[in-house]
Design a protein around this ligand. Structure first.
Ligand SMILES: [Zn+2]
Length: 302
């Protein structure tokens, strides 16, 4: 089913990276610039993430000796440094996720660069080195983003959805590229759980078992065909009691099935880089941007 199967370490059948986007109250402020101070219940909903869920996740993953990837906006690093230290202390990878959860493809090239720079500064100030990985807030990867990431030395992106396994993103007109570690909306928890009238989310709330049915189906197929399973989960949603309990049961199911490589995304990236360097595997290459401008077919002829 996969045309260019990738060898996973130790003959594993598939790779699993349970990744979390620790947005805290960043996206809430970005989307509600003028009213965020008055939306107290919504504030509490978003701050459940750093205050309640993150310590819970860290404790449970430590028990299972799991080290995962958390994507965090620079503003969240500044505002919740103790939680960032807790994650780092337990061996979790911190990837960069913007500064204030800005939507890069709606703000133009200059502003994208400005906010990216602030995020990167906040990251380096607190964590020392720069990040290896990036996930665009709200998956809003712009047609300038690849260049911004390459200029900053980012080694992998995990915002796009163009394959079942890693592939390469090459900058048009140059030889520069980085790795894409793709995910998909099926592995995002927002469509199942995000319901908050103040924030404009009105999804019918799924039972955790229903959400897990979707996530597990994706895992079973990745296991059967050699894919890469990357969840995009949010502590404010999937860190809640019933959902997190179900997430841990899913992990147990994966362990029970066997032949799974559990990894952080920086480890997946390093593995793929090594395969390429040794000439053991070559990624499919996609050149970005696909479109420089809106299609000329839509321009009205005189
Ligand atoms: Zn996010």
């Amino acid at each position: 089913m996969i045309a260019n199967p990738i060898p996973w370490p130790d003959g594993a059948r598939c790779a699993v990276a349970m990744t979390w986007d620790m947005d805290a109250d960043s996206a809430f402020n970005w989307y509600n610039k003028d009213t965020a101070d008055t939306l107290v219940a919504a504030q509490s909903w978003t701050r459940y993430d750093p205050l309640i869920a993150i310590p819970r996740l860290v404790e449970q993953f430590a028990r299972r000796e799991l080290r995962l990837t958390f994507f965090v906006p620079g503003w969240v690093i500044e505002k919740y440094p103790a939680q960032i230290d807790l994650l780092a202390k337990h061996g979790h990878e911190i990837g960069l996720h913007g500064y204030l959860h800005e939507r890069s493809n709606e703000i133009g090239e200059d502003d994208e660069l400005y906010w990216f720079g602030r995020g990167l500064d906040a990251y380096k100030r607190h964590l020392g080195n720069g990040p290896r990985g990036w996930r665009a807030p709200s998956f809003a990867f712009s047609k300038y983003s690849l260049r911004v990431l390459l200029d900053a030395g980012i080694e992998y992106d995990s915002s796009l959805m163009g394959d079942d396994i890693p592939y390469a993103l090459r900058e048009a007109g140059s030889n520069r590229s980085l790795l894409e570690l793709p995910t998909d909306w099926t592995l995002d928890d927002f469509p199942h759980y995000a319901h908050n009238r103040d924030l404009g989310y009105r999804m019918p709330i799924s039972a955790p078992q229903r959400a897990m049915e979707v996530f597990r189906s994706e895992f079973d197929a990745a296991w059967e065909f050699g894919g890469l399973w990357i969840s995009v989960w949010h502590p404010a949603l999937s860190g809640r009691l019933a959902r997190f309990k179900a997430a841990l049961e899913l992990l147990d199911y994966m362990h029970g099935k066997g032949g799974v490589w559990f990894a952080r995304l920086d480890q997946v990236c390093a593995h793929v880089q090594q395969l390429i360097a040794e000439g053991r595997w070559s990624p499919r290459v996609e050149t970005l941007p696909v479109y420089d401008s809106p299609l000329s077919e839509f321009a009205r002829s005189r």
